[in-house]
Design a protein around this ligand. Structure first.
Ligand code: ZN
Length: 304
């Protein structure tokens, strides 16, 4: 008996597949086909490799399916109910009609008794800032002449008015101010944040350009801002805030979702698109990546 056949015999005696309890002939089949294959160490490696790969693919597929269901149920929507923005470009005329009071929109009217027998119309006005670290002045020039004043007034007004809120985005300026204020002022800022009166949105070092910047730079400035925020205030922003980039990129929506943010607001959409969506009451939308056929990376966005 050769060494190899002796090894087969040993394997069979351990009954690794329970072959002894199978129908007549099944043990012989195992002996003839599988055991010689598995006895070959190279074949074992291949089978282990392919088995692991198969297991991995199954796990990823299950994860994606669960994410899809989870996301859709969270958003309480059926994707089939949604229009895709790409279709809108075929019907929007991109004309330039004078909209009256709202130049790029249209005159909005409603009957004066519209709200009489209903709940009162609630209008939320959320004061916000947009501070360019670089444009017409230098960074320090902006800080000294404008941005510092915004922070100082913010502190006074938010404490004065119980219902007032403010959102702020650019950490480059915020950290500069933080570095020079007293511990007493810092405590007041923390209190405003903890009370939800001051909310940090996006929280990047700047409000990144989305048209020309490399994605590495977009991520890098978010790391910078979020590291400062987390280390100094223990804050993690929940909402993106993209109101001045000239052109919005799906890359940013994808990155923000990956970073754990829940939603984002965008501005500077072509006014014709904004008008079209406003008329259809579709300014809230889900952002899907082109390659995301399973709609796993849907991200809730709002056009301002
Ligand atoms: Zn700007």
């Amino acid at each position: 008996m050769s060494a190899q056949s002796s090894r087969f015999h040993t394997a069979r005696s351990t009954s690794w597949l329970g072959g002894g309890g199978g129908p007549p002939g099944s043990a012989d089949l195992l002996d003839c086909v599988f055991r010689p294959l598995l006895a070959c160490s190279k074949m074992k490696k291949y089978m282990a490799l392919w088995g692991s790969l198969f297991f991995f693919v199954i796990c990823v597929s299950l994860y994606l399916m669960m994410e899809t269901v989870n996301m859709n149920s969270r958003a309480n929507v059926r994707l089939a109910d949604f229009d895709e923005i790409r279709n809108a470009y075929d019907v929007i005329p991109f004309d330039n009609i004078d909209g009256g009071v709202w130049k790029q929109g249209w005159n909005i009217t409603y009957p004066t008794n519209h709200w009489e027998n209903r709940d009162n119309l609630q209008v939320f006005v959320v004061p916000h800032t947009h501070c360019d670290p670089g444009w017409l002045k230098t960074f320090v020039g902006y800080y000294q002449q404008q941005t510092k004043g915004i922070f100082e007034n913010m502190l006074v007004k938010l404490e004065e008015m119980p219902d007032m809120r403010l959102i702020y985005a650019e950490m480059s300026f915020f950290s500069m101010w933080w570095d020079e204020i007293s511990p007493e002022k810092r405590a007041r800022v923390k209190k405003l944040i903890n009370n939800g009166k001051l909310e940090i949105v996006a929280g990047g070092w700047v409000m990144t350009d989305e048209a020309n910047a490399h994605y590495y730079a977009m991520i890098d400035q978010m790391i910078e801002g979020h590291t400062w925020l987390n280390g100094t205030l223990g804050v993690k922003p929940q909402a993106g805030w993209s109101i001045d980039p000239f052109g919005l990129s799906p890359t940013m929506a994808y990155l923000l979702k990956q970073m754990g943010l829940k939603n984002m607001l965008i501005q500077r959409v072509h006014y014709s698109v904004k008008k079209y969506l406003a008329k259809k009451k579709e300014l809230e939308f889900l952002w899907r990546q082109e390659w995301d056929f399973l709609s796993v990376w849907l991200f809730f966005s709002l056009k301002n």
